[in-house]
Write a protein that binds this ligand. Structure first.
Ligand SMILES: Nc1ncnc2c1ncn2[C@@H]1O[C@H](COP(=O)(O)OP(=O)(O)O)[C@@H](O)[C@H]1O
Ligand SMILES: [Mg+2]
Length: 257
């Protein structure tokens, strides 16, 4: 049983908290349900992280910024208490897109990304450009926050310092800015049997190169649906010419997260 603050205990009175064992971060995620008349919520909680960038507060700020886009959950409550952070949001209806049996999953995955990338960067106050990302990576290495066992097969056995140098060598000279989600994998996209109802897990979103999302999305499409479906994804997204160097750079960059 998790320990809740007074405010949360009141907000979640009578609710059952069902742990969700999905996703790879350290946060505990709970689906909160009561009865048919009461709304479903999601509660995310974690110990205070070493780095400010990993705080749930960062995700909360982004969700507030996204209000009105109808692409993300709404914040109900955020709190720091008992050395922990708690973020309570509304639930998006449906399941992870991988669990929904539909013919057009890949197309939906692509059009939803397109929709995110069409948000205006003008008013987006969050910086996820390469300089910032590389600074974050350096801090993550220094704080020992990267699990070398999680590296993709082709990078197994390499040291993080070695990989980081490889990354710097491959750094693209040009960035194409959009609002990126920052962790655009299939498990973060929620769909009902009819449509995509939204996207969760916005803690790394901000203005950055569109290949940040494309690289993670392509890797997931390959993994779950096979290489042959990558073209469907990219065509639907609307990419006519793929920059393979950038794709490979941003795929490597994700190893550090
Ligand atoms: N508001 C929400 N509505 C619907 N499902 C959610 C919501 N928040 C989280 N989930 C589910 O819980 C999973 C884990 O939550 P997420 O925020 O992605 O945490 P993590 O950072 O651990 O990946 C998601 O993949 C999704 O299936
Ligand atoms: Mg997630």
């Amino acid at each position: 049983m998790i320990k809740l603050s007074e405010v949360l205990a009141e907000l979640l009175k009578g609710y059952k908290l069902l742990p969700i064992v999905f996703g790879k971060s350290n946060a505990g995620v709970y689906k909160c349900i009561k009865d048919e008349l009461c709304p479903v919520y999601y509660l995310k909680t974690q110990d205070f992280p070493t780095m400010q960038e990993d705080q749930l507060l960062v995700e909360k700020e982004r969700l507030v910024w996204l209000e009105g886009t109808s692409i993300a959950p709404f914040v109900i409550h955020y709190e720091q208490c008992n050395e922990k952070e708690y973020l309570l949001t509304t639930a998006l209806e449906g399941k992870n897109i991988v669990e929904v049996k539909r013919e057009d999953n890949i197309k939906l995955f692509a059009t939803t990304l397109r929709e995110i990338h069409e948000l205006s960067i003008e008013n987006c106050p969050f910086d996820m450009k390469l300089d910032s990302k590389i600074e974050i990576i350096q801090k993550r290495i220094a704080h020992n926050l990267i699990n070398a066992d999680d590296l993709e097969e082709e990078n197994q056995g390499k040291s993080l310092e070695e990989l980081f140098l490889e990354l710097l060598e491959q750094r693209p000279t040009h960035e194409e800015f959009v609002v990126v989600h920052g962790d655009y994998n299939l498990k973060n996209v929620i769909a009902s049997s009819v449509q995509v109802t939204g996207v969760v897990d916005w803690g790394r979103s901000g203005v950055g190169d569109k290949y940040q999302d494309l690289s993670i999305a392509v890797r997931d499409v390959k993994k779950y649906y096979g290489q042959s479906e990558v073209a469907v994804f990219l065509n639907t997204y609307g990419l006519t010419r793929i920059d393979k160097q950038k794709l490979s750079f941003y795929t490597l960059m994700d190893e550090f997260f």
